[in-house]
Design a protein around this ligand. Structure first.
Ligand code: ADP
Ligand code: TRP
Length: 324
């Protein structure tokens, strides 16, 4: 099966990105034909600082590699190394009804949070549809918040094929229920935009501080507590094995346990689980040329696939260029 997904380099990566997107994506690459990319054109809709764009783009690529992605098995690349995607975005724009984009919650959300409604932000899902359709994947592993964007892609794919013939494959969102929405330190969805994240590659001291400051209710230590209502437990259960998860559930329910203890264990589990990746990340930081070479190679491989699709697209639409 062909799989594709992208991550925006719009800020520091966090546990929501890890459990909701990167971990499942990396697991899939052992069995499937995977394309993963740094969505830098998408990040331009919200990030206007060029240095930050460069830094975060490298971070996304280094995160994939240090978390275990083998660049021989999967294609890891930068969105901007395949310029055909912006050409396809324009072609798809011409069959995308305004109403489809006006209904997108992610656009409405960003406006409510004060981002200025530029055209890129509005057209974001069309570029995402181009990103997806150009590689003809069957599955798109993402967190819950991206489900609507994949559904918009399905709509656009249906319209295009209906008008021009069977050019694109219908992609399905692949969402893991248990990690669909990972909560942040305040209990809301963890997100760069809410300043409630625990960063994957943050300094150890900073990670500890973030975890120890997680918001909990004021149930006294001796009273029983409901693990289902606690965001510390929500993260703990993502790291712990089944036995340990049950033990913590019992400890919550029987009382006599303070939230501080659960937080301490969460910090330990974070370090145990992510320690090796954090070390590899440090090593890669010292070798940006190695990362650049991997991205350049991935870009060439991805572009060859995109170029073949674009020949079919142009032919179907009657767009003639001297290139083809
Ligand atoms: P953010 O909300 O921090 O800006 P992105 O939109 O860049 O994160 O998300 C990148 C990927 O990580 C997407 O597939 C998204 O669905 C997933 N993701 C982000 N936050 C979470 C979360 N809290 N829970 C589950 N998945 C998430
Ligand atoms: N919109 C996605 C996000 O914010 C990033 C993205 C861009 C993407 N293009 C994609 C995800 C294509 C999946 C497939 O997380």
């Amino acid at each position: 099966m062909r799989i594709l997904s992208g991550i925006q380099p719009s800020g520091r990566l966090h546990l929501g990105n890890y459990f909701g997107a990167m971990k499942p994506q990396i697991e899939l690459h052992h069995e499937h034909d995977c394309f993963y990319f740094v969505a830098n054109y998408h990040a331009l809709t919200s990030l206007t600082d060029g240095d930050a764009m460069r830094e975060y783009s490298l971070e996304v690529a280094m995160a994939f590699l240090s978390l275990g992605l083998d660049p021989q098995k999967a294609i890891l690349f930068r969105q901007s190394d395949v310029p055909e995607v912006t050409e396809l975005a324009w072609i798809l724009s011409c069959i995308t009804p305004m109403g489809l984009l006006e209904r997108c919650v992610s656009f409405k959300d960003k406006i409510e949070r004060g981002l200025s409604p530029n055209h890129g932000l509005f057209a974001y899902p069309v570029l995402q549809a181009a990103d997806i359709l150009i590689y003809r994947p069957h599955g798109v592993p993402v967190g819950q918040d991206q489900k609507q964007h994949v559904e918009v892609t399905q709509d656009i794919q249906g319209k295009f094929n209906h008008r021009y013939g069977e050019v694109f494959v219908r992609p399905e969102p692949l969402i893991r229920e248990e990690v669909a929405v990972v909560p942040g330190v305040d209990g809301q969805k963890m997100s760069k935009s809410y300043d409630n994240t625990i960063e994957l590659f943050g300094k150890e001291k900073q990670v500890r501080k973030r975890i120890m400051s997680m918001v909990t209710d004021s149930t006294p230590v001796e009273d029983p507590k409901d693990p289902a209502k606690c965001n510390v437990f929500a993260l703990l259960k993502l790291f712990a094995d089944a036995d340990e998860r049950c033990q913590w559930e019992d400890r919550y329910r029987s009382g006599g346990m303070g939230y501080g203890e659960a937080k301490k264990r969460l910090f330990e589990l974070f370090m145990e689980h992510l320690g090796p990746a954090r070390q590899r990340y440090e090593q890669l930081t010292a070798n940006p040329d190695e990362v650049e070479a991997i991205l350049a190679d991935g870009g060439r491989r991805a572009r060859a696939v995109a170029q073949a699709t674009m020949e079919d697209v142009r032919k179907a639409c009657g767009i003639i260029t001297a290139r083809t």
